[in-house]
Design a protein around this ligand. Structure first.
Ligand code: PLP
Length: 472
């Protein structure tokens, strides 16, 4: 399987190279040359465990890693999850909740980033290379990225976050890591400052090359691929003998999660409707309901990991939607860059497979309260957005709501929703041993000012580089 750029100006490459470059050199995103159909294999796959299915699904897209090695990578990636099923399904009233939060940082990003960390380590070792990862986070992604690469050989990670902005727990999840290859940088500025610093450093090609800078953001194809697995898993579990299809409701920010579902559907897994659930940041619901893709300002909500306006993985969807016409994708993205608005002239609905809705703060709080009262199940605010959407959109077959974070990560929103009515089971849901044990651990981060010189100086002093390694 070869990988091609959504903008069409990068020569095709193998899986390994697609993972290591992340973004295509022409500015596009990498996509498999075709999406394999697995319809004839589904019956044989129904009884597989999560790890076995992961291996089967990934092998459809990876042909340049020996299968014994891939199996070892997959097994190690999910060994630290605290559920035997990895992503257990729970029936809650008339919906099914697919719990994606059993990894080390209690959020669904662990599923992809645990795999990506192991994969990076494997590929770098094989090539005798190293990588310095630079990331910017407003809270959640940083800890999952750190958990994915901490202690890994040939990798150092620098995570910038706006000082004082992540919640106390989010900050502890990042800064209590003791591995030497992890550097947390508290930037005296906003999240935007962190992101623009990151962009500037990545645009300095000489510096980037010298320090072998890499990223773990959601444009990496391996992340999307790892996420296809749980759609496959849940749809096979719930579709019975294959007669019926399953619908999924997906709390959406960067479009990475739902894109994986879209690809699973194109592969032939028994998936009916994909429900795209946004918070007040509604660029995607507006697009899917009107065909107009228009940038606006970011709203800050109770579901901060979805406070995104321009979703980076949307370009992959566009590529498929525009029948792999890279020229058309390039024109669309250029026009969007310039005008902040593009109209995709298509019939409505824009996509038969995706129905989208935006959920407000009050609906989110009401959903948390309602599900707790009636089903005694505590939703985190991201998951609640998806559950609220599932009530509004008519879905075919069993409906699966993806639970993207453990409620204990967002206690404030839940306390607001339940307004003092917390009983023992709620208080229990708001605790998690992986979080409680962070309190009291030593926390380590370095403050830097929000300027390029400070950042580069820090990286220069702490990055892995050939000479340092050789003198070890
Ligand atoms: C990242 C994240 C999302 C959004 O996923 P995308 O792939 O960006 O659409 C939803 N919920 C939680 C808890 C997240 O961390």
């Amino acid at each position: 399987m070869r990988y091609i750029s959504t903008r069409g100006q990068t020569p095709p490459m193998r899986f390994q190279d697609a993972v290591l470059v992340g973004l295509a050199p022409d500015g596009g995103l990498l996509m498999p040359e075709n999406i394999p159909s697995v319809t004839s294999k589904l019956d044989g796959w129904r009884g597989l465990s999560f790890v076995e299915l992961a291996l089967a699904v990934m092998s459809e897209f990876i042909d340049d890693i020996p299968s014994a090695d891939l199996e070892d990578l997959v097994r190690r990636s999910y060994a630290g999850f605290d559920s035997e099923d990895i992503t257990p399904l729970k029936q809650v009233g008339n919906i099914h909740i697919l719990e994606l939060f059993h990894g080390p940082t209690l959020a669904f990003k662990d599923i992809a980033l645990q795999f990506l960390g192991n994969l990076f380590e494997y590929l770098l070792k094989d090539r005798d290379q190293y990588m310095n990862i630079l990331g910017a986070t407003s809270g959640d992604t940083g800890s999952a990225a750190i958990a994915g690469v901490k202690g890994k050989k040939n990798i150092t990670i620098f995570v910038m976050y706006p000082e004082g902005k992540p919640s106390h727990l989010q900050e502890l999840q990042m800064t209590t890591t003791t591995d030497k290859n992890v550097h947390c940088l508290a930037v005296d500025g906003s999240f935007d400052d962190c992101q623009s610093l990151m962009k500037t450093v990545f645009n300095d090609l000489e510096f980037k090359q010298q320090y072998q800078l890499g990223a773990v953001n959601s444009v990496n194809w391996a992340r999307v691929l790892a996420q296809v697995v749980y759609y496959a898993y849940a749809s096979l579990r719930l579709s019975g003998s294959g007669e019926r299809s399953v619908s999924f409701s997906v709390p959406t920010g960067n479009f990475g999660d739902i894109l994986a579902g879209y690809i699973a559907k194109k592969m032939g897994f028994p998936i009916a409707t994909l429900m795209l659930a946004s918070n007040e940041n509604d660029i995607l619901p507006i697009f899917f309901n009107t065909g107009v893709y228009k940038r606006s300002d970011v709203h800050f909500t109770l579901s901060p990991s979805m406070d995104i306006q321009v979703a980076s993985n949307f370009e992959r969807y566009l590529f498929l939607k525009l029948d792999r016409d890279a020229e058309a994708v390039r024109r669309f993205m250029q026009e969007f860059e310039k005008e902040g608005k593009v109209v995709l002239s298509h019939n409505y609905p824009v996509d038969e497979d995706i129905q989208a809705v935006s959920i407000g703060t009050q609906e989110t709080l009401d959903t948390i309260a309602g599900v707790q009262r009636i089903q005694d199940y505590v939703l985190d605010p991201h998951t609640a957005v998806g559950v609220a959407a599932a009530k509004l959109i008519p879905g075919e077959g069993p409906v699966v709501c993806l639970a993207t974070a453990h409620p204990a990560k967002f206690p404030e929103a839940i306390e607001t929703a339940l307004a003092g009515q917390e009983d023992a089971s709620v208080l229990d849901a708001l605790k998690h041993p992986r979080l409680s044990k962070l309190e009291g651990l030593k926390s380590k981060s370095t403050q830097i000012s929000a300027d390029l010189d400070s950042l580069k100086k820090y990286i220069t002093q702490h990055a892995l580089n050939r000479t340092a390694e050789e003198s070890e």
